[in-house]
Design a binder for this molecule. Structure first.
Ligand code: C2E
Length: 889
C-alpha cells in the first residue's frame, strides 16, 4: 500500500513541476493558463483514480484529496473547479460503490483548498511548512471521514494501517506539493517583477526627454535608439536601428578614434570616459553633446555599449549669447547694469571713459550719477516715473563728468524682468550727443538764421509771422510788420567793398534789436532788407499804430546815427514800410508785400523815413506793372523819339545838344523820362532802349556832318549805369560809330555819379578805351551823389555838369551858390569843362558867368525839342561855337 501511495506522490511531484513550467508559458494569457492548470490537476486526479490502491473490495484509495486541495489552494476557483469536475465526472463514469464517498471527497477537498486560499488572501493564514502540514493532515482526515461513508464498513483491523498510511504519506506529500508550487509561484512572482521592472525601465528610457540613450553592439551596430535620440540626431529609430554608429552620427574625422575606443572598451570592459563631443545630425549639422558611456553585459545577452547623450545646444547657444552680450557690453556706447534699486553693478569702459570715473567709483553708485544737478531733476523724475510705469525710458539728459563738465547724453534704460515678472536689473545705454547737438544747432542756424547777422532768416521770419498772425486771430490783438531797407547801401558796398557793407549790416542788425522788445522778431530778408515783427500790440488799432510809429521812428533815428566801419565813418539812412495786422486773417505773404510797398513809398518820398501801407499803394504797383508792359510794347513798336536841348556858351552860341528821350504814348500821352527810365533800368529794358538812343544819336551826327554849322555840334547822350556796366558797352559804341560813320569826337557820353559806385577800374578802362577814339565824357548831376575828388582825378572826364537842383536856388540859397562856385573851381583845377544845366533865368546865367561857368543848358535858351525845331533853333541863332572856341573861352 505504501508503495502504491508513493507512486501517487510521484505523480503529484510531476504535477507540481509541470504546473510550474506550464504557468510560464501562459504569462501573456492568464485565463487559458488557468484552464490548462485545471485540466492538469483534473488529469492527475484521473490518473490516480485509474490506478487506485485497492486493499479490500469497494475501497479504492488515491491522491485526489491532495491534488484537489492543492488545486483549490494554488489554482483558485476556476482551476480547482475544472479539476473537481474532471475528478467527479470520472468518478461518476466509473460508477463504483464508493462513488458517493468519492464525490463527497472531491467536493470537500476542493472546498477546503479554496477556503485556505481565501484565508491566505485575507491574511488569516499563511503558507508556511506547518500550515501546509496541518492542511495536508486535515485533507486526510476528510479523506478518512469519506471512507466512513462507504456502503460496506471498513473492518476495524484495516482502519489503523489505512489511516496511518494516508496520514503519513499524503500529509507530507501535501507539504511537498505545496512547497513545490509555492516555490514555483515565488519564482514566477520574481520573474514577473523583473519583467515589469525591465518594461518600466525600457519605457522610461524610451520616453525620457532630453536624455538620448542608444545601445551599440561591439561592431558599432545600433541596437537601441530612444525617442530623445530621434530628436537629437534627426534619425528615427527605424532609420537608426541596424546601422553602424560611425556611419550615423560620428563625423568623418572622429570615426577611426571611435572605432578604436569601442574596441578597447569591449576588450577591457572599461567604459569610454564621458566628455563633450560634436556629433552629426541627419541634416549634416553638428550637434554639441555631453556623452556618457556604459559597458553592459546582461545575462544571456551579448555585451553592449550604452551611450547617454545630453544635448548641449542650448548651453552652447547661451554661452555664445553671453559672449555676444559681453562683446556688446564693451561697445562704443556707454552701458550700465544696475540692480532693481538702480545701484550700478557693472559699467563698461565707454561709460567710465566718457564720465571720467573709474570702474570702482561707478559701481555701487545709483543711476543718479547720470544727473548733472538740480536743474535736471525734473527730467530725472520723469525718467523714474517712466521706469516705474513702463519699465523703460529713452531721452536726453544732461550729465556731469567727474571733472564737472556738463554734457548732453541720449539715455535708453530698459528693465530686465525675472521669471516671476519682477524687475531683476536695469540696463542703460548712454550716448554722448554733444557733437550731434552741435551739428543740429549748426544745421538749425544755417536753415533758420542769417550767417552774417545771426538774425532769423526769411524762413524763420515767415514761420514766426504766421504764428503771430494766428495768435492775433485768436486774441484779437494787433501787430505790425516793418520792412526796413537801407538807403544807398549798394553805393557803400560797391565803393568801399563788401567787408564794409557786411560791417554795416551787422551793426544795423544790432541797432534794430535794441529798438524792439525781446518777444519781437528782427530778421534779415537778404541784402540790405530787414524785417521786424512787432507782436501783441494794443487791440485798439489807433493806439497800436501810434506805438508802431514811435518804434519805427526810433529805428529810423538809430539807423541814421554815424557808423564806424573799421577805419571809415559812415552815415546811412533807412526807409521803413509798415503793414499793420489785426487778426483779420491776412496771409503772411500778403502782409510782407504790403510792408514792401510801404517801404518803396517811403523811399519815393525821399528816404530816411517811414510810411504806413495804404491800399492806394496797390494802385501804384499795378500802374507800374502796366507801364512796364507798355514799355516793352513801345520798344517793339518804335514809339520812342529823341528831343534835343541846346547847350550854349556865354555868347549864346550853340555848342552842342543833349539828346533826351521822349515817349509819345498813344493813350498815355507824352510820358516823361523820369517815369519810365528808372523802370527800364530795373527791368533791363534800358539796354535795347539805350542802344536805340545811341544809334539814333549817331545817325543824327552823320546827318549833321553834312551841314557846316550843325556838323560842328557835339551831341551829349545819357548813358545809364546798367548800360555802362554791360561788358560789351564800349565795343558796342565803337561798332555803332564805325557802322554809322559818325565822328566819335562829336559824341559826348553823360555818366552819372551813381554809376561811380560800380567797379571804378572797369569804368576807367572803358572810358579810356572809348576816349582813345575821341569820345568825350561828361559827369551829369555833379554834386548830388557820392562826390569824391579821388575818383574825379582818376576818371578821364572832359566835363562836369552842375546839377539843376543847385542852379535852381543859386540866387537864393547861399550854400547852393557856394557849391556852384566850388564845382566850377574844381572843374577848372582839374582842367575840365563845366556846364550848368537847368538855367532858366538871365540872373542865373549871370551868376554862373561870374563864377566862370560859361556853358549853359536850360529853358532860358530852349526846352528839349524835336530835331527839326532844334535844327531851326541852331541855324536861326547866333553862329554856333566850336568846341575849341568854348575851351579857349
Ligand atoms: N526844370 C527844368 N528842367 C530842365 C531845364 N533844362 C533842362 N531840363 C530838364 O532837365 C533834364 C536834363 O536831363 P538829365 O539831368 O540828364 O536827366 C535826364 C536823364 O537822366 C534821363 N534821360 C533822358 N533821356 C535819356 C536817355 O536817352 N537815356 C538815359 N539813360 N537817360 C535819359 O531822364 C532825365 C530827365 O529828362 P528830361 O525829363 O528830359 O529832363 C531833362 C530836361 O528836360 C530847365 O531849365 N528847367
Amino acid at each position: 500500500m505504501v508503495l502504491h501511495l508513493a507512486q501517487d506522490v510521484a505523480w503529484m511531484l510531476v504535477l507540481g513541476v509541470l504546473q510550474c513550467l506550464h504557468l510560464r508559458l501562459w504569462t501573456e494569457h492568464r485565463r487559458a493558463g488557468q484552464w490548462a492548470s485545471g485540466l492538469l490537476f483534473g488529469g492527475v486526479c484521473i490518473l490516480g483514480m485509474m490506478d487506485p490502491f485497492i486493499d479490500m473490495p469497494g475501497v479504492a484509495l488515491d491522491g485526489r484529496s491532495v491534488v484537489l486541495g492543492i488545486a483549490g489552494l494554488f489554482g483558485g476557483l476556476l482551476v480547482a473547479g475544472i479539476a473537481a469536475l474532471l475528478a467527479g465526472g470520472y468518478s461518476l463514469w466509473l460508477g463504483h460503490a464508493d462513488m458517493l464517498a468519492g464525490l463527497v471527497l472531491v467536493a470537500a477537498c476542493t472546498t477546503l483548498g479554496l477556503l485556505y486560499r481565501a484565508a491566505v488572501a485575507r491574511g488569516w493564514a499563511t503558507l508556511g511548512a506547518l500550515p501546509l502540514l496541518a492542511f495536508g493532515m486535515l485533507l486526510q482526515w476528510i479523506h478518512l471521514a469519506c471512507l466512513a461513508l462507504l456502503p460496506e464498513p471498513i473492518p476495524a483491523a484495516q482502519w489503523t494501517p489505512m489511516a496511518l498510511s494516508l496520514l503519513l504519506i499524503f500529509t507530507p506529500a501535501t507539504l511537498l506539493l505545496g512547497s513545490v508550487l509555492q516555490e514555483g509561484q515565488r519564482r514566477d512572482a520574481i520573474d514577473l517583477a523583473l519583467r515589469e521592472s525591465e518594461a518600466r525601465f525600457r519605457s522610461l528610457l524610451q520616453d525620457i526627454p532630453a536624455v538620448s540613450v542608444q545601445a551599440y553592439a561591439p561592431d558599432g551596430t545600433t541596437r537601441y535608439w530612444n525617442k530623445a535620440s530621434e530628436q537629437l540626431y534627426g534619425f528615427s529609430a527605424e532609420e537608426a536601428l541596424g546601422r553602424n554608429l560611425r556611419d550615423l552620427i560620428i563625423p568623418q574625422e572622429m570615426r577611426e578614434g571611435v572605432r578604436e575606443a569601442m574596441e578597447q572598451m569591449f576588450r577591457t570592459r572599461q567604459a569610454i570616459p564621458a566628455g563633450e563631443l560634436l556629433l552629426l545630425h541627419k541634416d549634416g549639422s553638428r550637434v554639441p553633446v555631453f556623452s556618457s558611456h556604459a559597458y553592459v553585459q546582461a545575462r544571456g545577452r551579448p555585451a553592449e555599449m550604452f551611450c547617454i547623450d545630453i544635448d548641449l545646444s542650448a548651453r552652447v547657444r547661451a554661452e555664445a549669447e553671453l559672449r555676444i552680450a559681453a562683446t556688446a557690453f564693451e561697445s562704443r556706447e556707454g552701458m550700465l547694469v544696475t540692480d532693481p534699486q538702480q545701484v550700478i553693478l557693472r559699467a563698461n569702459r565707454a561709460f567710465t571713459q566718457s564720465m571720467g570715473y573709474t570702474d570702482a567709483e561707478a559701481v555701487g553708485q545709483t543711476l543718479a550719477l547720470l544727473q548733472a544737478g538740480p536743474d535736471t531733476a525734473t527730467s530725472f523724475q520723469l525718467l523714474q516715473q517712466a521706469l516705474r510705469s513702463q519699465g523703460q525710458w529713452a531721452g536726453e539728459i544732461w550729465s556731469r563728468r567727474k571733472n564737472g563738465e556738463e554734457f548732453p547724453q541720449w539715455v535708453t534704460i530698459n528693465a530686465v524682468h525675472d521669471e516671476a515678472g519682477g524687475v531683476s536689473h536695469y540696463i542703460a545705454t548712454l550716448v554722448d550727443i554733444t557733437q550731434r547737438k552741435a551739428a543740429e544747432e549748426q544745421i538749425r542756424q544755417l536753415a533758420f538764421f542769417d550767417p552774417l547777422t545771426h538774425l532769423p532768416n526769411r524762413r524763420l521770419l515767415m514761420d514766426r509771422l504766421q504764428r503771430a498772425l494766428a495768435a492775433s486771430e485768436r486774441n484779437k490783438r494787433t501787430g505790425a510788420l516793418l520792412f526796413v531797407d537801407l538807403d544807398h547801401f549798394k553805393t557803400l558796398n560797391d565803393t568801399q567793398g563788401h567787408e564794409k557793407g557786411d560791417l554795416l549790416l551787422q551793426q544795423v542788425a544790432q541797432r534794430l534789436q535794441t529798438c524792439v522788445r525781446d518777444r519781437d522778431t528782427v530778421a534779415r530778408l537778404g541784402g540790405d532788407e530787414f524785417l521786424v515783427v512787432l507782436e501783441d500790440l494794443d487791440a485798439a488799432a489807433a493806439h497800436a499804430a501810434a506805438h508802431v510809429k514811435s518804434v519805427s521812428e526810433k529805428i529810423v533815428a538809430q539807423l541814421h546815427q554815424l557808423y564806424r566801419l573799421g577805419n571809415l565813418d559812415y552815415n546811412s539812412t533807412a526807409s521803413v514800410g509798415i503793414a499793420m495786422y489785426s487778426g483779420q486773417g491776412t496771409p503772411a505773404e500778403e502782409l510782407l508785400k504790403q510792408a514792401d510797398m510801404a517801404m518803396y513809398q517811403a523811399k519815393a518820398e525821399g528816404r530816411d523815413g517811414l510810411r504806413f501801407f495804404d491800399p492806394a499803394m496797390q494802385a501804384v504797383v499795378n500802374a507800374r506793372a502796366a507801364l512796364e508792359a507798355d514799355l516793352r510794347q513801345g520798344l517793339a513798336l518804335g514809339q520812342f523819339l529823341l528831343y534835343y536841348q541846346p547847350q550854349v556858351d556865354a555868347q549864346g552860341r550853340v555848342t552842342g545838344a543833349e539828346a533826351l528821350l521822349r515817349w509819345p504814348h498813344p493813350t498815355r500821352g507824352m510820358v516823361p523820362p523820369v517815369h519810365f527810365i528808372p523802370l527800364a533800368e530795373e527791368t533791363g529794358h534800358i539796354l535795347p532802349l539805350g542802344r536805340w538812343v545811341l544809334q539814333t544819336a549817331c545817325a543824327q551826327l552823320v546827318a549833321w556832318a553834312q551841314d557846316p554849322v550843325l556838323g560842328r555840334l557835339v551831341l551829349a547822350v545819357n548813358v545809364s549805369a546798367r548800360q555802362f556796366r554791360d561788358p560789351d558797352f564800349a565795343s558796342g559804341v565803337l561798332a555803332l560809330l564805325h557802322s554809322s560813320g559818325a565822328n566819335p569826337r562829336r559824341l559826348k557820353l553823360e555818366l552819372t555819379e551813381s554809376m561811380l559806385a560800380d567797379n571804378l577800374d572797369d569804368m576807367v578802362e572803358k572810358m579810356a578805351a572809348l576816349g582813345a577814339h575821341g569820345i568825350r565824357f561828361a559827369l551829369d548831376d555833379f554834386g548830388t551823389g557820392y562826390s569824391s575828388l579821388s575818383y574825379l582825378k582818376r576818371l578821364p572826364l572832359d566835363e562836369l555838369k552842375i546839377d539843376q537842383s543847385f542852379v535852381r536856388d543859386v540866387l537864393v540859397d547861399p550854400s547852393d551858390a557856394a557849391i556852384v562856385r566850388t564845382v566850377v573851381g574844381l572843374a577848372h583845377n582839374l582842367g575840365l569843362e563845366v556846364l550848368a544845366e537847368g538855367v532858366e533865368t538871365e540872373a542865373q546865367k549871370d551868376f554862373l558867368a561870374r563864377c566862370h561857368c560859361h556853358v549853359y543848358q536850360g529853358y532860358l535858351f530852349s526846352r528839349p525839342v524835336p530835331v527839326a525845331a532844334f535844327e531851326a533853333f541852331v541855324l536861326g541863332s547866333a553862329q554856333p561855337a566850336s568846341v575849341d572856341e568854348v575851351k579857349a573861352a
